[in-house]
Design a protein around this ligand. Structure first.
Ligand code: HPA
Length: 266
């Protein structure tokens, strides 16, 4: 663990209390309001040296540490994307801090384009695996042998089972699929969508995979859920845009909140 992560964890404990955090939650585009449901202390990323700046519109930038449904959580409202800086490891320090706060689990959320007609906009998808289609990796440059992280079971089977059970208890469909990480910031071409469907992906997006890799590197168990905001390029008549992502994300966000609250309660 880096010294700066330990120092930031001390700062966070001084403000939010020393009790260990059980779980980290990264909120994607349009999902930020769940952070306000936490009974705890909000710390702007600007107070946490080395944390990402509020970059993408629709993403806030604060860490909220406190209670959500009886679980002590650290909610990251706002993430750094590879396409903002060219650094695939931009979320490394926040995840090191999460580990330093005691967390053993991470749930990452995102907005994504669906490649499956049976998973329409407004729905959710639980990732059971991913395809790193970006050509980069957040552990490039990591000198230790720990960089050779096995990703066979990267998306934690027990957490997935619990999330499926939570969704089922809420009467919400939670299909499982494969998420492909494209670097962004452009949306994909129809040819790219056709190609990645052929390669076995069920959804596409511009985040999450680096966080899953970093979480496994740091020894966190991890699960990830997409809120579907659109069909992949060329699959529907509508135009794909960031404005549309922000407009549709709240539909999935309401469902996601029910699943997460139920998961945390049980
Ligand atoms: N592609 C990539 N990222 C996305 C999409 C998409 O279609 N929708 C929301 N995020």
């Amino acid at each position: 663990m880096s010294k700066s992560a330990e120092a930031l964890a001390d700062l966070i404990r001084a403000r939010a209390g020393a009790a260990p955090v059980a779980l980290g939650l990264i909120l994607g585009s349009g999902l930020g309001h769940l952070a306000d449901a936490v009974n705890g202390v909000a710390i702007p990323y600007d107070d946490l040296a080395g944390f990402p700046h509020a970059g993408v519109s629709g993403h806030s930038a604060k860490l909220v540490v406190g209670d959500l449904e009886g679980t002590r959580v650290a909610v990251f409202a706002g993430r750094a994307h590879y396409y903002e800086s060219g650094r695939p490891d931009a979320m490394r320090l926040p995840l090191e801090v999460l580990r330093a706060l005691g967390a053993e689990r991470l749930i990452a959320t995102n907005a994504a384009g669906s490649l499956r007609p049976d998973i329409p906009p407004g729905g959710l998808m639980l990732l059971y695996d991913h395809i790193n289609f970006s050509g980069t990796n957040p552990l490039i440059g990591e000198p230790s042998d720990a960089r050779f992280v096995p990703l066979t079971d990267a998306h934690d089977a027990a957490m997935r089972a619990d999330l499926k059970a939570a969704a089922s208890a809420e009467n919400l469909p939670l299909p499982e699929g494969v998420y492909a990480w494209f670097s962004g910031p452009t949306f994909e071409t129809p040819a790219e969508i056709k190609a990645i469907r052929t390669l076995g992906a069920d959804a596409v997006g511009m985040s999450t995979v680096p966080e899953v890799i970093l979480a496994r590197f740091l020894g966190l168990r991890v699960a990830a859920i997409s809120t579907i905001t659109n069909m992949g390029a060329g699959m529907a008549d509508e135009e794909i845009s960031h404005a549309q992502t922000k407009a549709i994300a709240p539909l999935g966000a309401a469902k996601l909140e029910r699943v997460l609250r139920r998961y945390l309660r049980s």
